[in-house]
Write a protein that binds this ligand. Structure first.
Ligand SMILES: CC(C)(COP(=O)(O)OP(=O)(O)OC[C@H]1O[C@@H](n2cnc3c(N)ncnc32)[C@H](O)[C@@H]1OP(=O)(O)O)[C@@H](O)C(=O)NCCC(=O)NCCS
Length: 181
């Protein structure tokens, strides 16, 4: 378990899969992700089986939040993780989704990112973290800016989304720029 401020990151269990299927079939959630076709539980179970064969450092982690500090209740809301860790150059791509929309815009996405960044820089000794985000996903862009990511470029019209081409923004943060919180 990786524990932060009102956030904890834990391993994904098979029991979590129905929640992912529900969230990843929600058009508002998947709008920011590279998902087009509806997702079945069987497909998600196959994803889970294949995921377990990858390096443990690249296993996505379940995000749990503690909305009320006075209570010990933790709520499972989404996942985040590293994709394609390059150990020679010490860099990794990051990904995140919070499926429980009731908890959007309350700072939990940024807190989860900050916790994962801390894990990447302090435990895995990574040097550069980067991510891709559609230009239309302003909530995500704002969250990444708050976490310390800066825009470094874009792939022009690289994603066909809901009837039009949109730019894919590349954002990154270096360990030397990162503020430990
Ligand atoms: C992207 C995501 C992880 C952000 O998590 P979150 O908990 O909602 O983010 P936060 O509350 O930490 O920050 C969101 C910020 O965006 C702002 N925001 C929301 N909608 C906005 C909009 N349309 N335009 C500009 N800013 C917006 C919020 O006000 C907040 O900024 P503030 O704290 O300065 O007020 C979450 O919304 C999510 O999982 N979305 C669906 C999946 C997805 O798009 N994943 C990212 C793929 S790259």
């Amino acid at each position: 378990m990786i524990i932060g401020d009102q956030i904890r990151l834990r391993a994904i269990e098979k029991e979590d899969l129905p929640s992912f299927v529900k969230w990843l079939n929600d058009p508002e959630v998947r709008r920011g992700l590279e998902l087009i076709m509806p997702l079945s539980l069987a497909e998600e179970e196959e994803w889970f089986t294949n995921m377990l064969k990858r390096s443990p450092f690249e296993h996505p982690l379940a995000i749990e939040i503690q909305p009320d500090l006075k209570k010990e209740d933790w709520i499972f809301v989404g996942n985040c993780g590293f994709i394609g860790i390059d150990w020679q150059n010490r860099l990794a791509e990051m990904g995140i989704h919070i499926g429980e929309k009731a908890y959007w815009n309350q700072g939990f996405g940024t807190k989860a990112l900050l916790l994962l960044m801390k894990h990447g820089f302090k435990n895995l000794n990574l040097h550069r973290l980067w991510l891709r985000v559609f230009e239309t996903n302003q909530r995500a862009i704002r969250s990444y800016e708050k976490a310390g990511f800066t825009l470094e470029g874009k792939y022009r019209e690289a994603q066909y989304l809901e009837g039009k081409y949109v730019d894919v923004m590349i954002m990154s943060v270096l360990r030397t720029e990162w503020q430990d919180t």
